[in-house]
Design a protein around this ligand. Structure first.
Ligand SMILES: Cc1cc2nc3c(=O)[nH]c(=O)nc-3n(C[C@H](O)[C@H](O)[C@H](O)COP(=O)(O)O)c2cc1C
Length: 144
């Protein structure tokens, strides 16, 4: 069993209908493939751009398959893997794909992430100054 966390930039800011379409398809496929996890959508403060951050967990083969499809998806670009590690058991066992539409302040407890997707974020990431992405993702699960 493995988990993977990546961030990406949305092709454009998305409305509820577009996000729902992504989620419905994801939950459908993930239930079939034994994938669980969480998708975060964050609109920038200017409202001009948006980023995704997603955690996917499952068996290696299924994880590779789903990530290949996600990478090929034109609805987002600049996909960058933050972490990929083995785990003994799932952190999101009940979520075929959870969803959170967040603002900067929702991420304030996590060093670096209020700037997710910006140059500031990548600079901090390179310097090892961002907090553990798994802790951030898990905080949403534990709140529910
Ligand atoms: C931000 C984002 C997250 C996605 N997450 C998943 C996911 O968790 N599982 C999944 O099967 N597809 C996910 N998709 C959709 C896939 O990219 C793809 O459209 C879908 O799996 C259907 O693939 P197909 O058209 O080759 O059948 C996501 C797409 C985007 C843009």
């Amino acid at each position: 069993m493995e988990y993977l966390i990546y961030v990406s930039q949305a092709a454009h800011p998305m409305g509820e209908r577009e996000l729902r379409a992504i989620l419905e398809k994801s939950r459908d496929y993930n239930s079939r493939d034994g994938i669980t996890g969480l998708l975060i959508y964050k609109l920038s403060e200017s409202g001009e751009r948006a980023n995704f951050m997603q955690l996917l967990e499952g068996e290696k083969e299924q994880l590779d398959e789903v990530f290949k499809r996600i990478v090929a998806d034109k609805r987002h670009h600049t996909k960058i893997i933050l972490e990929r590690h083995q785990i003994k058991r799932r952190n999101f066992p009940d979520w075929s794909m959870g969803f959170q539409n967040v603002k900067s302040e929702d991420l304030a407890a996590f060093e670096g992430y209020t700037d997710l997707g910006s140059d500031v974020f990548w600079h901090m990431f390179d310097e090892g100054e961002v907090s553990d992405p798994l802790d951030l993702m898990k905080s949403f699960y534990n709140d529910n």
